[in-house]
Design a protein around this ligand. Structure first.
Ligand code: ADP
Ligand code: MG
Length: 242
């Protein structure tokens, strides 16, 4: 569904040139849960950002259903991004002044005109309520981020990412800021969304045990994909989460 071919990406800092991606190719299949692992600094976040069109590659292509995304105009790419990708980050990136439900509704505020929002807000609210139910956060709708635990904030961020029914959920170390138990609960939620709602997921993690629960894992090193494992169909539940 989503393919990347021969991606390269270089960062320049003063005299230093760091080639972070050096010919990365991969394909994300519809309905799969894949993971990306690699040492710190190996380019996992960069790859996820490039895949999700948040950042442009220096060369190489990104295609969705065979159509190139990397050569679209900014405006076209913004539109495609909104209906294609949902993002989840390690540190949640919730707005501190907004309630949980308003945080989750943020993508709809942003992507609609004022009039469009006024006409559709009831549907969006219903959708957000549904998602809060789905991620187990119905009891925290009016809480502010500072009134929620890390696990709750990540559930809220996942609801926000799913609001507009993205084709692919991109998650960058979604459990990286949580203790093992809460982390496993979030992983289990992602598995449940993948299984029951067929949400396609690409998750960056440096936790190999977590990566091992996904259908397929690729490892980045030296700017390339150096290993690919899977697809596997072994039990996807971590014993600790059962
Ligand atoms: P990972 O997520 O695997 O830890 P990143 O993709 O964040 O790795 O970073 C890969 C490398 O690129 C690191 O060496 C990092 O310092 C460098 N890097 C990332 N973003 C930038 C940037 N905006 N400017 C300069 N260097 C960057
Ligand atoms: Mg990273």
């Amino acid at each position: 569904m989503l393919t990347a071919e021969n991606l390269t990406k270089t960062y320049r800092r003063n005299a230093d040139i760091v080639r972070v991606l050096n010919g990365v190719s991969l394909a994300v299949r519809d309905g799969e849960f894949m993971s990306i692992v690699g040492a710190s600094g190996s380019g996992k976040s960069t790859l996820l950002h490039v895949l999700g069109t948040l950042d442009a590659p220096d060369s190489g292509t990104i295609s969705l259903d065979g159509k190139r995304l990397d050569n679209l105009s900014n405006r076209e790419r913004d539109a495609v991004r909104n209906r294609t990708f949902g993002y989840v980050f390690q540190f949640y990136h919730l707005l501190p002044e907004l309630s949980a439900i308003d945080n989750a509704l943020m993508p709809a505020y942003i992507s609609n005109s004022f009039l469009g929002w006024m006409q559709t807000r009831r549907q969006w609210r219903r959708r957000a309520d549904e998602l809060f139910e789905r991620v187990g956060l119905s009891h925290r709708k009016t809480h502010k981020p500072r009134e929620m635990s890390g696990g709750e904030m990540q559930r809220c961020a996942i609801a926000r990412a799913l609001l507009q029914r993205p084709r692919v959920l991109l998650a960058d170390e979604p459990t990286g800021n949580l203790d093992a138990e809460k982390g496993n609960e979030i992983l289990e939620l992602l598995h449940d969304l993948n299984r029951r709602d067929r949400v396609t997921i690409v998750m960056v993690t440096h936790n190999l045990e977590m990566a091992g629960t996904t259908h397929r894992t690729i490892r980045l090193a030296g700017g390339r994909v150096v290993e690919e494992k899977g697809p596997t169909f072994r039990p996807r539940l971590l014993s600790a989460a059962v």
